[in-house]
Design a protein around this ligand. Sequence first.
Ligand SMILES: NC(=O)c1ccc[n+]([C@@H]2O[C@H](COP(=O)([O-])OP(=O)(O)OC[C@H]3O[C@@H](n4cnc5c(N)ncnc54)[C@H](OP(=O)(O)O)[C@@H]3O)[C@@H](O)[C@H]2O)c1
Length: 318
Amino acid sequence: MVLQTDIRHIGGSTLEVSAVGVGTWQWGDTSIWQYGQSYGTQDVDDAFKASLEAGINFFDTAEVYGRGLSETLLGKAARKANSPVVIATKYAPLPMRLKPAEVEKALEASLNRLGLSSVDLYQVHWPYSLIQQEDLMVALSGAVKLGKAKAVGVSNYNAAQLERAANLLEKYGVKLASNQVQYSLLHRKPEKNGVLEACRRLNVSLIAYSPLAQGLLTGKYSGQGATEVSGLRRFMPNFRTKGLAKIEPLIKELKSIAAEREKTPAQVALNWLLSRDKLVLVIPGAKNAKQATQNAGALGWQLTEREFARLDKASAAI
Ligand SMILES: NC(=O)c1ccc[n+]([C@@H]2O[C@H](COP(=O)([O-])OP(=O)(O)OC[C@H]3O[C@@H](n4cnc5c(N)ncnc54)[C@H](OP(=O)(O)O)[C@@H]3O)[C@@H](O)[C@H]2O)c1
């Protein structure tokens, strides 16, 4: 457990962000991947404003989210904002992308949608690419050298892939800033598969995606008055009766600590991640102002060692 700090650097870069950011995957996404409560563009605009008001300055998007709509909505909101924001987007190594020049083209298209001349953090969305890793890293370093990206990162890379990406970038004079992977109290693989350790060794931020386990760790799907599971979530094992029963002891512990500390289970779950390591940043998805404000409330306080250990134990038992 580490002493929590609310403002953190992204890896060894100069980018300073709130340790809680906002994931914008679902912004404007009307595809089959949309799940849960219905919401619209006004809601996501309100989520953006509420985040800024609560001291959040870090927003994560990708060219594939809502087929570019997430970038468009985020860019529009960011241009209207009266304080600076740090924007991360991602290059998708789609199978039809066969030449390194595709990276530059994709970044240009992302910048157009965002309405920006450069992006803060440009990430490779996943490691499987028909373009060789070395060529991908040359393209990323080129984006930094051309001033189109302030820092670069990867996503869904395992420890070996991460090490290789960092070494390749180093060869071209650029530092790898981050690796975005799934990490939550219900998905602790980065602690066991060497990814967190590699991030420490390389001074790379671990950007935790799905930090609320897609809403499960808010506790709203358990107990009296539980929210009905709807949409795509009905087909996810963790949201089915058996899955919900299995995680109940952890949800109970989250709710109990939340009640003692006058916090919400979501705030407790996010604070646990931030207390794990100073290199961890979290990007919970927020679809409206209420969720955004609540998630920002994971900052400004710290779990005690005992509370941290209670959650550690409850989650390890699942
Ligand atoms: N790099 C990758 O491959 C990858 C993959 C997945 C995600 N991501 C990134 O990570 C971000 C977050 O991941 P995620 O959306 O999968 O999962 P998440 O952050 O664990 O859960 C987000 C969902 O939980 C619910 N929620 C959030 N805050 C809440 C609150 N305070 N109270 C009650 N409910 C709340 C909302 O759904 P409802 O309103 O429907 O309940 C929201 O859509 C994405 O937006 C994206 O930027 C990256």
